[in-house]
Write a new protein. Sequence first.
Length: 202
Amino acid sequence: MPAEARIAKTWKNQKLIVALIFIAGSVPFWWDGAVGYHRKNERYKLWKGYADAGEEGVWRAEAERRGWKQDEWTEHVREHHLQGHLPDLAFPPNKIIEQYVCASLALGLGGVILAYWLTQIRGVLKTDDEAVYTPAGKRVPFGAITGVGKKKWDSKGIAKVRYELDGKRGQFVVDDYKFDAEPARKILAEIEEKLVVGEPQA
């Protein structure tokens, strides 16, 4: 009996959220590289000037006046074990470059996931009386199907359907998490019922 399994809402939402998390996660790195670390360096240089002159009290008054955290740099020095050898900058150029690298990686990975999501969300796995149509839109007659791999079916709900069409071998996946579960299972059951020749199931 013809059936149609569309991409499950849960799968679509999950993949979109993951993509957006990576993309949004790149923003703080961009900000620190372009603005945040430079502003911190300016505050640090001002603090260091007072610290080198032994005028911590003047720094505290200045920090309070500007609404800055008074212990920001004493804590920074302690956390990074910089006592006795204060660097010229709290965040040197290599640290700023690191932020851009992390931002690029996060944005790139998020973009890849988003692009994949866009190529998949309209996918449909369906059958008619004579064939199954893969999510990519390829029509595979039931007679062209040579086997069904179900090693991951019980644990993950994933089955690989193998076929040979026009002398070329191929396969597509039936995934009852990615696709609406009930119609996906019906389609797999129909494929197995009509499997006539080919490789033994595995």
